[in-house]
Design a protein around this ligand. Sequence first.
Ligand code: HEC
Ligand code: HEC
Length: 252
Amino acid sequence: MTGQRASLITIAADLDQTSLIKQPLDCARKMKTSLSPMFAALALTVAAALPVQAQGVTGDAKAGEGKVAMCIGCHGIVGYQASFPEIYKVPKIAGQSAKYITAALEAYKKGDRKHPTMRGIAGSMSEQDMADVSAFYAQQGQSGTPAELPALREASAQVTQLLQKGACVSCHGDNFSKAIDPTYPKLAGQHADYLYVALKAYKNDSHHTWGRANPVMAGMAKQFSPAELKAMAQYIGSLQGELKTVPESRFR
Ligand code: HEC
Ligand code: HEC
């Protein structure tokens, strides 16, 4: 078990640091020697960008549980860090809204989000895979009855003013956990360093390896300096919310 875990992490790190286009065969070769056929097959399809299909499939959390083998090497390890475009913690996705998870995966697949690793992974997923995996992560680690969230921590005068300028709560909800639309993310308690990377990616929306093209958030992020984005990210990341990283039992 320990050996399997170690090799998965090595591959994850490889995937993260390198250009997707020239790597898939190399990765596939390494994966074949150490991982399940499912993972190897995934790597081979990594470069094949399929067209995004129309919405309308229903996700099945149970089916999704059987499809997350390729995610847990990063999203199922507490504190696991990505190294591209800088070192930051891989986002928490357990407890995230299912519709937002799907929207994010579609954005990677379509290329609106440029992060190379996630583009490769999302590019290999069908619409049904995305819906199932999203349904699984939305309920993972959640009690079923939404807990009362604690009162919002007070922000510094600077951060209060920045959040007001961006009207962030008008979309992300009063406590950054109750977005006004299920395709908008919950933010409270997300890793602050990841939130900062995400905000910078919206600000630099056309950057070819890490930009995020999103008309709503580009307009938001471009109003602020990097230091201001970081201050907001640190505050939002310090809030208590529903997002988690749930370690997978097979890795314990
Ligand atoms: C090699 C490590 C790695 C693997 C494997 C991986 N991810 Fe990711 N994932 C990341 C990183 C790093 C990011 C942040 C990318 C960015 O900055 O946009 C991310 C981002 C995401 C996001 C966006 C989160 C948000 O808040 O917007 C979703 C959703 C996601 N991954 C789902 C998955 C799913 C589902 C799988 C398995 C099918 C998977 N990931 C496999 C590393 C990984
Ligand atoms: C008009 C609605 C709206 C407003 C106002 C808004 N957001 Fe967003 N935000 C969104 C949407 C929609 C997304 C998802 C975009 C995507 O799919 O990439 C998002 C995504 C994000 C993300 C990425 C989260 C992740 O998990 O990757 C962060 C961070 C964020 N917003 C922070 C903020 C901050 C800080 C403000 C205020 C300065 C703000 N938002 C204002 C709608 C909004």
